[in-house]
Design a protein around this ligand. Structure first.
Ligand SMILES: CC(C)(COP(=O)(O)OP(=O)(O)OC[C@H]1O[C@@H](n2cnc3c(N)ncnc32)[C@H](O)[C@@H]1OP(=O)(O)O)[C@@H](O)C(=O)NCCC(=O)NCCS
Length: 168
């Protein structure tokens, strides 16, 4: 498996991946809508699968915010869980963000996503803020957001995690 920057012919895969996990290519995060299929990012590719440069098995997208002080990781998803894909993509995005000069990276996940909350914290990310009720607000704009999420947990809030980066 290798990770490389998103390229134009990834677009069908990117759209499929965003729709699979976020229901749309427009991804809401703490009150902001990202056109996530236009963001910079990285794709994980399984080299063992021949043809068309391998099989795409994961995606991360991010956005450097105005001012260049911080960046948000907008989406991260893996089609081959528990094989190191998510970790490799997260590392690639954090490194790109660090190289762009940002001192802080942050991301948001939903209150039901216990796997992601564990995944990020095990990789040094810290809980930064609770955005209470933001999913309930987002649902008013994006009806595809379900009432209940993973583990039968009511989907209500966004939880922001952060990591500070050494740019020296
Ligand atoms: C969260 C998510 C991105 C993690 O992706 P992943 O590919 O499973 O991540 P990894 O394989 O790198 O790590 C997952 C676990 O597998 C383990 N693992 C990695 N390589 C492994 C291997 N070769 N054999 C066994 N286990 C392995 C890791 O140690 C890790 O466990 P840990 O968190 O207890 O340390 C994935 O679950 C996902 O796509 N979720 C749906 C979308 C989502 O919720 N995204 C996050 C919100 S933005």
């Amino acid at each position: 498996m290798h990770v490389r920057a998103v390229q134009p012919d990834d677009l069908p895969f990117i759209r499929e991946e965003l729709i699979r996990h976020w229901g749309d290519v427009g991804v809401w995060s703490i009150g902001r809508r990202y056109q996530a299929d236009e963001l910079p990012g990285f794709v994980a590719v399984d080299d063992s699968r021949a043809g068309d440069g391998g099989e795409r098995i994961g995606l991360v997208t991010y956005c450097v915010q105005d001012g260049g002080y911080q960046a948000e990781i907008v989406t991260l998803s893996s089609r081959r869980e528990n094989n190191g894909v998510g970790t490799a993509l997260l590392d690639a995005a954090v490194e790109a963000i660090r190289k762009s000069g940002c001192v802080r990276a942050y991301l948001c996940t939903t209150n039901d996503n216990l796997r992601a909350l564990g995944f990020y914290q095990k990789r040094g990310w810290r809980l930064a803020m609770l955005h209470k009720g933001f999913i309930e607000e987002a649902r008013k704009r994006k009806a595809v957001i379900p009432e209940f999420g993973m583990h039968g947990i009511r989907l209500r809030d966004e939880i922001e995690l952060e990591i500070f980066l050494d740019t020296a």
